[in-house]
Structure formats: structure tokens, C-alpha cells
Design a protein around this ligand. Sequence first.
Ligand code: GLA
Length: 678
Amino acid sequence: MRRWSEGQHAGRQGLAFGADYNPEQWPVEVRREDVRLMAQAGVNLVSVGIFSWSLLEPEPDRFDFGWLDDVLDDLHAAGVDVSLATATASEPAWLAQRWPEALRVDAAGRRVVFGSRQSWCPSSPVYRERSLKLVEALATRYAEHPALRLWHVSNELGCHNPHCYCDVSAESFRRWLSGRYGDVEALNAAWATAFWSQHYTSFEQVQAPGSTSTFKNPTQVLDFARFSSDELLGQHLAEKEVLRRITPDVPVTTNFMIGSQLNPLDYGRWALEQDVVSNDHYLIHGAYDDPRGELAYSADLTRGVADGQPWLLMEHSTSAVNWQPVNIAKPAGQMLQDSLSHVARGADGVCFFQWRQSAGGAEQWHSAMVPHAGEDSERFREVVELGALLDRLGELRGSTVTHDVAILVDWQNAWAMGGETLPSDRVRHADLALRIHGVLRAAHLGADVVPVGAHPGDLATVLSRYRVLVVPTLYLCDDATAAAVRAAAEAGTHVLVTYLSGIVDGNLRVRLGGYPGAFRDLLGVRVEEFHPLADGVACELDDGTVGDLWTEIATAADDVEVLASYAEGATAGCPALTRRDLPSGASAWYLGTSVDDEALERVLREVCAAAGARPVAAAQGPVDLVRRRAADGRSWLFALNHGEEPATVQTRGVDLVSGQDVDGLDLEPGASAVVREG
Ligand code: GLA
């Protein structure tokens, strides 16, 4: 994987700064204004052509590049680099009219109609053929254009079409299954088809898991999710292959949608195919208690996906979006602080959706760098201020971030835990991982978020680098992952495993003999029966804390220290929190119930203390602390006060936000500093 900061951004001082740019929505006079305002804001990178297929190819094989030639020439003249989209994200009307079979079909068997975006079926041969013709034409046209800095394949692949249930997709699913299992008996074994008379005698009998009369086969659903992720990756790779052939030196990216919910593509696996990892992130109000904490988590996960290397924030919003029930605008200063939160966590560029707010269309109420009010607006003035700051932050380009603590996550586990028939639908992989991340952040410890799929073959090496590894609700744990966690513990990493981890293998087969089968020997804990709790029901522990959501009938081995047990109900007397010292000198901890943030913080602090994990810096108050380090020893401490109380931080150096020398920081609510230390 290349770094965004290497080569692609050569010759620039600052970090990348820009937006999706959709000039086709505007007359030529406005485009001239755009170039002037981009210069004023310090914009140096824009993504062009993302939704331009119908204008670039108004009818099959008739291309009209004239307008795009002008746009690229003007941008280049103004010193703005172009991340050129392959324009395949949204098919044109002629394609839908002539080949309606290229439109996707939902789980209920209904084919979507043209009139939105990304309506295509990921398995459609017609879509594949037509899209690659367009990519070939674009790449040939612009191969030598001096503005071309990066290829932007499609757009958020799988955002609206993650799964298709048409006959062509089902056929492709069968081919994928045949490749995975070889013969149908292996599939029968993996899917446990002896259950409910689902046994197959040929791959031809297997369907996509569309509408069924009751619960679907869980492994069939999981395999369909894996297949669907691979199918879209196939589209990405097909486009990339064309680009690589015609422009071997231009890096290729596609914008991921990494958020805490881990849907619907396995980006851990996808990242292995990227030249540059780029991500889109939006605050989701209403879904999270702390949307900006979710931002921090997602940015740390994006760095994990990028294997610790710098990445590019391809989209976020200057203010409100248009797709939530109530679209909350950002108060003054938040856009800058949110941007810094991404940069702190490894982004070497900050881009937005979009440059100029649309006057018409479904996104007319989505914020932009140039709002409807125009340049005479607080929003645009903030954009200019941010551009100047990102220019000053150019010195930290290429630097990296690591913490002492890692949280292990897995897309495929999140899909598995989304199943219809688990012991409790209240337990979701992403929820606890996000909470643990938030608690560690508030304690100024911070955490890396490591996705399983990004490290085939070397997960144990990656995990062994950490002092502490947290394994939260990793229900699905394949043999390789279980072995990697054990190997890290044997190498000296202290491990905290939580409830509902290590329960089933990669085919969702229960690991028998007592839960958690994958970690029973490591933890010295054996669970006989789950006792999930109904909403509002709590269970006291004998150390005064209270569990909810989950309890279990368990026993601990003799060499395990029981730190807390259930004090009431069916599980009374069973261990809820345990610790075992390992021959490696590390310790293996088990948390069998869900506790509130305060108790969770106590547990995490104890594990961190045992492991010698250190805070990012000494600080008081609600301040988010992250340090980026360069290979030559320089370091920058990001201190973002996102709370409502003042905060203090021990640090010395030059604050690149204020330009002042600092010796200790006092940060008012909403204030941010980036201290070049030393
Ligand atoms: C996604 C898409 C953009 C735009 C934004 C709006 O990120 O990639 O085209 O629709 O959402 O938030």
C-alpha cells in the first residue's frame, strides 16, 4: 500500500484539502468563480466526474469529453490537482432502458427503477462491460493530463446496492460457493444443512437468501454477505486493472464508508487491494450518544484498515447532511475541530462532500464548502481558515500514530452478529467496541482499532506489538484469529476478552465443550449457559457494580482470580470478571457481563496498569489526545477539547493552530491545539 503523502502529493507544502466537485451542475460563469474561490480557500485537490456518466457518454459509445477537458484545464491552471472519478457510480438512463436486467433486485424480488443513483446489479455482465468501456475511454483521454493525480474508482461502492437478489447474482453466488467449497457436501457440512431438511445434492439448487418463510440459514446469509463484498470488490478490481494498464503510475483509490457499524463491505480485506486508503465519514446524530466519539473511532479504524499508514479523508461535511430525520448543522468551530480529529488519527488530507452546495437535486440541502449564501458567509470564512491551517500542518505529512492498546474488530463478525436468531439481538459487535474506544479516549489512553481481515497471515505479529489487546464481542472467531490472539498473549500482550467472544468458528459452528471455545483455555473460564437480560433488567455483582444485557452460568479454573461474581439471580456466584496470569508474564482477563462506563473504565485501567500501558500525555478534563510521530523522531500532540469544561494538558512546543510557543496548555471548551513537541 502506498501512502497518500508519498509522491501523489509531491511538490505541495500543506495537507491535501478539497472536495467532490460537480461543475456539470453549474454554468461556465460559476465554474470560473469556483476556481477563484478554491485558490482563496487553499483547495489543492478535487474529485471530479463522480456522477457524470450520462454527460460523458450521452448514448452508447458516443463520448463527450469537451466540458471535462475545460474543467481539468482550468483546475490545473489554478494549481488544483484532480482525483478523477471513473464516473461509473451511477448508470445513465439509456443503460437502464436498454438493459433493464442490469438493475438490481431487492430481497423481496422487486427490481428497482431508474431515477436515483447506484441502481446497478454488481453481478451484471452488461454493467461490467459498459462501465469498463467508459473507464477505458476516460483513462485514455486523460492519461497525460497534468492535473490527474489520483484515480477515484466509482463512489462508495455498495452504498445503495450492497446485495442483489436477481437470477444473475444467484448464478454468480453459486459459482462463488463452488469456488469456496469445491463440492456440495463441503457446503452441506459448513451450512449445517442437516437442519430443517436443507441438504443440497447440487450447487444448482442453492439460492440467494431472499425472501423466506421464516429464519434463513445463518451461514448461507453470511456467505452471501461475503460473496456480495467480493462481487463489488471484483468491480473495483476490474476498473483498477484498466487504469493500471493505461496509467501505471497514477495511484488508484475508492472511497470507503468506514463507520463503527462495519457494514456492508469487508474493508479489512478490501484494503489489501488499495494503493491509497480513503474514507468518507459523516456524523450520525440520533444513532449515537456521542457522534463525535464515533468519528474518532471510525478514524482510528480507518488507520487500522490502512495498516497504520496515513490515509485520505475523501468526504465529510462542512455542516449538516440531508439524509437524517433532522439534519443538525455544525456550530462555529466544529468543522475545524472535526477535521483535526481525522488528521490527528492519520488523515493526510481533508476533503468534503461537496465544493458548492447544489441548487437542485436530492442533495440540495446538504452543506458544502461554498453554501447557497455564497462566499460572503461564515461557513466559507471557516473553510478559508481551515485551508490555511491545513497548509501549516503540512510538516506532519507521512507521520503515524500508535497506541499501547488495540481493539480487535471484524466485519464478518459484525455481519454474523446481525443474524436473526442469536441469544439476544441487543448485543452487537460494534456497540461494545465503540464504547471501549470512548472510555479509553476519555482516560487519555487512546486505542488503535485493528481489523482482522487486513492482516492475513500476520495478525499475531501485529497484535503482539501491543501492551493490551481488547477482544470485544468477537462472536465469530475463526481458527486463525483465535490462534493469533493466543500467540499475542504468549508473546506478552495482556488480553481482555468480553462476553460473547470466541463462540462460533468461521462457518458459525458452535465450538463445543463450554463457551467461549476459542478462548476457554487462555482465560481459564468455562461458560455453560448464557443468561441474557431483558431491557431494563440488571444484575448486581459482589463488587458493587451492576451488569446488564448479558450474564452467564460459568466456572473458573483454579489458577484464575475471580475479581467479581454475580450476586443475584440465576447466575449468582458465577464469575463475572476474572484475571489469569500467564507464563509469558502477561495476563488474560474475562468480562462476562456489560457494565456502565464508570465500571468499564475501572476494568480497562486495571488491565492497562497491569500491562504498563501509558496515557498519551498527562491531562485533566474532556480533551481528546492523539500523538503523531515522524520516523525522524519529531512528534505532534493533538489536543482537542470537545467537552463543556476547560482542560489542561502537559506539553511543550509550538502550537501550530495559534502559532504560539506553549508550555502547558489550557484549552477552553471547543478549543484545539496541535503542538509540535520539543
Ligand atoms: C456519500 C456520497 C456523496 C454524497 C454524500 C452525502 O458520502 O459519496 O456522493 O451523497 O454521501 O452525505
